[in-house]
Structure formats: structure tokens, C-alpha cells
Ligand binder design. Structure first.
Ligand code: 4AD
Ligand code: MG
Length: 455
């Protein structure tokens, strides 16, 4: 493997002989020599390369090189004369792997994120998308580190499932039937019953937690919600820990510690990229991260949240009333303006939450907890699970579902049931929160949204 540019920029010493490979960002031709800026995706910074006619075929090679061309350069590191970088590469040989004609869409100018979405196959080569993908990677690494350090088992829950975990009916059907206008008989389908893409790995994670105590899933989930917003995707990644012998308090404590850990890890490991976001995308990115790491999250009940919203002098598009789900505008008002930090809201009305959440003694609310983040709104949704068989059956029926379809889930309550709890973190919302990116479509390489699955 050749040296990566990130490593050269950080640790390269004069006189070192190196070979690098990457894509040309810019070419500047001067009288007796030329400069290339090369990027290989490993860092925000480019490596400056000096080409002189010492290298074989200097003139014909130079003609082949344009912005976007792929090259390999071998040479010696030298202290930089210019400003902006401390080291540069004096080339002794050059290979052009692929030329790049002038219709390459990423010429040196600023492009809107909307435009970049139409060239998702090329946009990863831009500064912003490059920084997003490196921060996204660091978030994923932090998540695994966090759980592995705590002894959680990473379990792989299925992508194809027959159950609607959230009961919200936002399911994509999976079929191999050629239905050609005919009425579909799912008993003849591949799985002998109607199957879907999963909306959450939780139910299966609960199964695994009933054997291993502490587990987590981290995988893609799918929701056919037709909300064309800056915070919804049809395909997104979710991290779902599940803990046996844990209640709603322990659930909140873990979620808070978890978010703090990820922010600290990213600040420690992606300094340059985070500074870029702070400068170019959202001036509050670094102060928000420090705020998360250093301050306790606020914790209030849903009932108190509704009171606060009713008392506020703000007029909302959606009126607030006990029993109605909080809208994004309410969530953001609470987290962004009132508390100015993440806020954990607990004990929501049972009528607006999923069947599996544990019923509280008041018979009206469930042991749910949502974490609301400034600018994002809900970033985590979790709960203590209903571990009492009879209560769970009642709740399933209340929500118009059939307990028989969930016989295996109910068995967990029959055979050695324990109190348990967990939550789901929307991975793209986390990356949005971390980077300040306004639209969720710009924090995932290939966004899936209504009418959009080109790449
Ligand atoms: O609140 P949700 O629906 O919770 C669950 O699915 C639970 N089964 C999780 C659990 O307890 N194991 O979704 C969890 C999180 C949300 O808080 C949000 O951050 C994210 O998933 N999310 C989405 N992210 C992007 N696009 C969408 N369409 C999303 N829907 C939910
Ligand atoms: Mg939710």
C-alpha cells in the first residue's frame, strides 16, 4: 500500500521518498514547472505536487492531466515554499491512470448540495461530502467501540421480516411474485406469507438480549413514510441497543453516556473535518459538541413538556394538547430555545406509542423516552419494554394487531421474562447533528427518498 495523503500531511518528513495515488483537484502550469493538488479521500487537505521537466514525458503527460484525472506520483518530500502546507512532493515520475475530460461536473467552483445530489456518483470527491463520510465513519467506529468496551454483543437482526415492529404501517413489501395486475396471494409468495423490509431490528434484538443480556444491532432499516423532509429517509441506519435487567432510568443513562462518547470520539479523531463544518456549514458545530460532552441532558415528562408548550407565547402550526404526539416544531422549540441542549422526554401517552412499551401504573402513559436534539428534533426513540405477558397481549389487541402473529415475541414473556429496555438512534440524524448539515440526504452516500433511487 502506498502512503495516504493524510499521513503525509501530518507526519511526512523532508527527504522521504513516497508514492501517492489520487485524483487531481487542480493543475497550475507555470513557465518551467507545474503544481498539482492531489486528493485521495483520506483528508480535507490536498497534497501539493511539483512537476518539472525532470520527469520523463513531462509535456505530453501534463497535457493529459485535468481536474478529476487519476494519477500516481512518486517523488521526494520537500519543505513547502508556499503557505497553506508545510510539506510538498517533488515528483520524479508520474503515471496518468485515467484522463478527465472538460465536461467533468466538479470543476473548481462551489456547487449547491441540490446539484451535488444529482451526481451522487461523483460528489464524494468534494470537500464537504468527503468530510461528511469521514465523520460518518468515525461515528460508526465510536458506536462499536462504546458497546464493545461495555461488553455488548453485536447481533445481526434480519432485514426481511414479517412483523411491523413500530405498528405504523410504513412497510415496504418484499416479494418475488410476478403479479402482473393479478390479485396477490402471499401464501404463494417466497416466504409463504407477506414479508417486509424491516422498520427496526428491535424485536429480534430483544430475543438476543434474553440470552446475552446486553446486545446491539446496527444496520439498515426502511420506512415508506411519504414525508419529504430534511430529516427523513426511506432507507436509514439505526443503532439499537437492548439491555436485559434494565429499566427506563438505566435506558436514559446509557443513551446519554453513549451520545457523549460519540461526540468526544469524533472531536478527538476528526478535528480538521469538524473545524471545516464549523467554519463553512454551521458556526455552532463545535460549541454544540462541547455542550453535549460537558453538560447533563435535561429530563422531563411528556406531561411537563406539553405544559411548557402550552405556556409558551409561541404560536405553533400544530396546536398542542395532551394526548397528541409532539411535532418537529415542538421538539425543536423545547430543545433549541427553551433548554438549549438535548432533552429527554419520558412517559408519553400509550395511545401514540408502539405496543411493546411498558404500561405505567397510571394506565395512561408508557415508559417511553425520546431524546430531542437542537435543530434535529427526535434523534433517539426508546423505552422500557412490557415484560408482563397478560399486559402485553392486551396492548397488542388494543392496537388492532393479532397476538398470534407475535407468538415468538410473547414466548419471551412466558419463558423467563425479565425487565428490559432499549432504544434506537437514527444514525443519519446523528451525523446531521454532528456536522450541522441541513439536509439528511447529504449525510448518506446514496439517499433513498420518495421518487429517488437513481444511484
Ligand atoms: O423512534 P423510532 O421509530 O424507534 C424505533 O424504531 C424503536 N424500535 C427503537 C428501539 O427502541 N429499539 O426510530 C428510532 C430513531 C428515531 O429517533 C430517529 O432518529 C430515526 O430512528 N428515524 C429516522 N431517521 C431517518 N429517516 C427516517 N424516516 C426515520 N425514522 C426514524
Ligand atoms: Mg420515535
Amino acid at each position: 500500500m502506498n502512503r495516504r495523503i493524510n499521513d503525509i500531511l501530518k507526519a511526512g518528513q523532508p527527504d522521504e521518498v513516497v508514492t501517492v495515488q489520487g485524483w487531481v483537484r487542480t493543475k497550475r502550469e507555470l513557465k518551467d514547472f507545474s503544481f498539482l493538488e492531489i486528493n485521495d479521500g483520506s483528508s480535507m487537505g490536498n497534497l501539493q505536487v511539483i512537476l518539472t521537466d525532470d520527469i520523463p514525458d513531462y509535456n505530453p503527460l501534463l497535457k493529459q492531466i485535468n481536474t478529476g484525472a487519476s494519477v500516481e506520483v512518486a517523488g521526494t518530500l520537500v519543505p513547502s515554499q508556499g503557505k497553506g502546507q508545510s510539506i510538498e512532493l517533488k515528483a520524479s515520475s508520474l503515471i496518468v491512470y485515467g484522463e478527465c475530460p472538460a465536461d467533468y461536473p466538479l470543476q473548481k467552483k462551489r456547487h449547491s448540495f441540490e446539484f451535488l445530489r444529482t451526481i451522487a456518483h461523483l460528489r464524494a470527491r468534494t470537500n464537504t461530502l468527503g468530510a461528511v463520510m469521514r465523520v460518518r465513519n468515525a461515528c460508526a467506529a465510536a458506536i462499536h467501540n462504546f458497546f464493545q468496551e461495555k461488553g455488548f454483543l453485536w447481533v445481526h437482526t434480519p432485514i426481511i421480516t414479517a412483523s411491523d415492529c413500530e405498528g405504523a404501517g410504513e412497510l415496504f413489501t418484499v416479494t418475488n411474485l410476478d403479479f402482473n395486475g393479478k390479485k396477490i396471494d402471499f401464501s404463494e409468495d417466497f416466504f409463504g406469507k407477506r414479508a417486509y423490509l424491516t422498520v427496526s431490528g428491535q424485536l429480534e434484538a430483544e430475543v438476543m438480549a434474553m440470552a446475552f443480556q446486553n446486545v446491539y444491532t446496527f444496520g439498515p432499516t426502511f420506512r415508506a413514510e411519504n414525508s419529504n423532509t430534511s430529516r427523513h429517509l426511506a432507507e436509514f441506519w439505526m443503532v439499537e441497543p437492548e439491555m436485559a435487567f434494565c429499566d427506563i432510568e438505566g435506558d436514559q443513562d446509557l443513551a446519554e453516556e453513549f451520545l457523549k462518547y460519540i461526540f468526544k470520539f469524533v472531536l478527538d479523531n476528526c478535528q480538521e473535518d469538524m473545524e471545516f463544518f464549523n467554519e463553512r456549514i454551521d458556526k455552532t458545530v463545535l460549541s454544540t459538541a462541547e455542550n453535549i460532552i460537558n453538560n447533563e441532558f435535561a429530563r422531563i415528562t411528556y406531561t411537563d413538556a406539553v405544559d411548557l408548550l402550552l405556556k409558551s407565547d409561541r404560536t405553533f402550526d400544530f396546536p398542542v394538547e395532551w394526548g397528541v404526539d409532539l411535532q418537529s416544531e415542538h421538539e425543536r422549540y423545547l430543545a433549541e430555545e427553551l433548554f438549549k441542549k438535548p432533552l429527554i422526554v419520558t412517559n408519553y401517552p400509550k395511545t401514540i406509542k408502539a405496543f411493546y412499551m411498558r404500561l405505567n401504573d397510571d394506565d395512561k402513559t408508557v415508559a417511553a423516552m425520546d431524546i430531542l436534539a437542537p435543530k434535529i428534533g427526535e434523534i433517539i426513540g426508546g423505552s422500557q419494554r412490557e415484560e408482563r405477558l397478560d399486559v402485553l397481549i392486551e396492548r397488542i389487541k388494543e392496537q388492532g394487531m393479532n397476538p398470534e402473529d407475535l407468538w415468538w415475541y410473547l414466548d419471551l414473556r412466558k419463558y423467563g421474562t425479565v425487565p428490559h429496555a432499549g432504544f434506537g438512534l437514527g444514525f443519519e440524524r446523528l451525523v446531521q447533528f454532528m456536522t450541522g448539515m441541513a439536509n439528511i440526504r447529504d449525510v448518506i452516500p446514496f439517499p433513498r427518498t420518495p421518487l429517488s433511487a437513481e444511484f
